[in-house]
Write a protein that binds this ligand. Sequence first.
Ligand code: F6P
Length: 375
Amino acid sequence: DKHIGILTSGGDSPGLNAAIRAIGKTALDTGRMEVVGFRDGFRGLMENRLLRLERSMLSSILTLGGTILGTSRDKPHKMPVGGEMMDMTEVMCDNYHRHNLDALVCIGGGGTQKNAFRLAERGLTVLTLPKTIDNDVAGTDVTFGFSTAMEIATEAIDRLHSTAHSHHRIIVVEVMGHNAGWLALGAGIASGADVILIPEIPYDREKVARAIRQRQQRGKNFSIVVVAEGALSINEKKTLDKLRQDKEKAKEAKNDRAKKKAQEAYQAFTRQRTTHTLRLSQQLEEMTGLESRLTILGHLQRGGTPSATDRVLATKLGSACVRYIEEGIGGVMVAVRGEGTEPIPLKDVVNRRKVVPLDHCWLESARNVGTFLGD
Ligand code: F6P
């Protein structure tokens, strides 16, 4: 019999349980495989916290949000252990062998792909599935979780539309997405947002205010401004680029103190995301004379039952993954390619993020229907 381990890692995402169910059912149906799940991501692998996934545990989870296995953002090479950051990669490799695993499936986003690759480099048979509401994993057409989050954000923005309209207000709504604009762009287009700001297009605040004023001149005394959490004004982007450069320089100079300082400065800036959005909301109020309110959709976008699209996608990826394991394939991410799936070497996935290309058709469609994109 083959033994398969599964873990879910990184931010949770609708469709995780559908994927676990698909892997489990496909594997158990072969009659030649056993499946265990590690709890709370890589931490469970390190601490040997696992459970055998029996058929009964896979039933009734398809529609559930979150992950029955639990998740964490812990990384194999930087684990907080007893107040210190430790490299626990070796321990995880030992545990893989200790449980006689033939393959480990890591379900996660960009960070998980990197962590999984680390274990694959140590000779473990590792496969990954691409999940994240951000849709920013390289090498796959799409990730599961994205469709659901886009639906939730769209519904929320629809609701904000009517209240913005009644009160003649600007509503600035912050959408997740990390450093990619997929979610803001998709939900913004679907909900008919007047302005959509994404990280890929640094925005000019003056021009955003002008677009809102032009709407006022046409008798539209309200505006919906959808802002991706990673979106920055032109000046903020310059600051970020400088902080990033400093970080790289300090890394190259191998100066630990300078490295730590530069890293902290960079992190402090990126942590202020919501402050940037709040500032934008306040400035738009001053610049247009319209009242402005800020709504942050936050983790609402990740919770609850997955959309039909995500259930289908996660089922397709999960079952394909087991087929690849049967064929002896490892060191890959099971990517979405058109209607099908394809195993993509993990080395081609890591250290790359898929952001919205500036010639993407969604940007063109948004512009064509009169949405202002910040530039
Ligand atoms: O990667 C998914 C995501 O929801 C991002 O959109 C967001 O930046 C981040 O996770 C939030 O992370 P946490 O749940 O750890 O606050």
